[in-house]
Design a protein around this ligand. Structure first.
Ligand SMILES: Cc1ncc(COP(=O)(O)O)c(C=O)c1O
Length: 389
């Protein structure tokens, strides 16, 4: 399947963990909303009522996908806001005094925790990851048992740099047994893995439309019905008084359409992405000496492949040279030099790694032909050939 027409033709986009191309159906729904559904959802006249009805329909779609109730879904500006809201409201409104998390979380969680530590005197305990970025649930249980302070556990479902995943059900069970709240940053997994919130007892989770072929700047936070929190943004009574501001109607409708499509095509998309990822990894392994995969590739998120190339002067400008050649990927290495701030995730699992990490991340719009072209270009740039025989 080719990328939607008009979205940077001729380039190869292997950076789908950063963001995804917008699905043509989503563009259609958003264009129609922009052109024809301009009312303010808080107005009581016909235009306002049409806008309100469309938003509530979108909420139903999101709730249905997650098996949540509509009253538990709040629209936000994206994953960053959703995670900030969950963590900060849990402290302010639920009385959380300790948070157990990890050093591998996304910056919006890491920096929220730093702020809560510094300004709210919240204690933050961090689980120690292993070399693949996994956590020991024994350590989690021990930490929960060691302190009776009201506790929230915050662990991302899939890591955005290396793809390593937690067992969401197991962590949810452990938290429930210990009487702790559980927040999971599910930004990379919503639309890729089914989540049944009637079975999995999560207090908060977050979604961001642009990670599943929707628009940027819109997302949602799920807050389970038994947690009463106060408004995160003060103002009007939008989002049942929790998040003031006139709703971004076209984006909310676009997100609901993107999620609906992601659920309808989840298995087919996963198979297509896995086919490309495994093919690409096979070709890389055949062609390059000394590469290694970061994270728990086998059990992790299928769209993310983080590869460490051995150190060499040729890898220094690798991302730049790939970009010039029309190929988009992301970086991330343990060391920091100059403008490259380094990756806290790679540093957290492989502190002494001298290599150059490239994150390739795929979507169902990618093809094997693109994988071939990327391997060819990498061979040209690195001039690395594995000895035959
Ligand atoms: C795991 C994770 N959490 C949160 C975010 C932030 O989401 P948003 O870009 O919608 O603010 C991202 C996006 O990079 C992410 O990968």
């Amino acid at each position: 399947m080719n990328r939607p027409e008009g979205q940077h033709p001729g380039r190869i986009y292997f950076d789908n963990a950063a963001t995804t191309p917008v699905h043509p159906e989503v563009i259609r729904v958003m264009s129609e909303a922009l052109a024809g559904n301009f009312g303010n959802p808080s107005s009581i006249h016909a235009e306002g009522r049409a806008a309100r009805a469309a938003i509530e329909q979108a909420r139903k779609t999101v709730a249905r996908c997650l098996n949540a109730s509509v009253g538990e879904i709040f629209f936000t500006s994206g994953g960053t806001e959703s995670n900030n809201m969950a963590l900060k409201c849990a402290v302010r409104d639920l009385g959380v005094r300790r948070i157990i998390s990890s050093p591998l979380e996304h910056h919006c969680v890491l920096h929220s925790l730093e702020s809560l530590e510094k300004y709210q005197q919240i204690r933050v305990d961090r689980l120690q990851p292993d070399a693949l970025g996994r956590f020991d649930t024994g350590q989690l249980r021990a930490l929960l048992a060691a302190d009776s302070a009201p506790t929230l556990v915050s662990l991302m479902y899939a890591n955005n740099e290396i793809g390593t995943m937690i067992d969401l059900d197991e962590v949810a069970e452990i938290c429930a047994e210990a009487g702790a709240w559980f927040h999971s940053d599910t930004v990379q997994t919503i639309g890729y893995f089914p989540i049944d919130l009637a079975k999995t007892r999560v207090s908060f989770l977050s979604g961001s439309a642009h990670k599943f072929h929707g628009p940027k700047g819109v997302g949602f936070v799920y807050i389970s019905g038994d947690n009463q929190i106060r408004p995160f943004i003060d103002g009007g009574s939008q989002e049942r008084n929790m998040r003031a501001g006139t709703e971004n109607l076209p984006s909310i409708l676009g997100m609901a359409k993107a999620l609906e499509l992601a659920y309808a095509e989840m298995d087919a998309r996963r198979d297509a992405i896995l086919d490309i990822r495994d093919y690409f990894l096979g070709e890389l392994t055949d062609r390059f000496e000394g590469i290694s995969v970061n994270g728990d590739c086998e059990n992790g998120h299928y769209k993310i492949l983080s590869v460490e190339f051995p150190p060499s002067p040729k890898t220094d400008l690798l991302l730049f040279n790939l970009d010039i050649a029309g190929i988009s990927v992301s970086g991330g290495s343990a060391c920091s030099s100059g403008a490259d701030a380094g990756s806290h995730v790679i540093a957290g699992i492989k502190p002494d790694s001298p290599g150059k990490t490239v994150r390739f991340s795929f979507s169902h719009f990618n093809t094997r032909a693109e994988a071939d072209a990327v391997v060819e270009k990498l061979s040209e740039i690195l001039k690395a050939k594995k000895a035959v025989g």
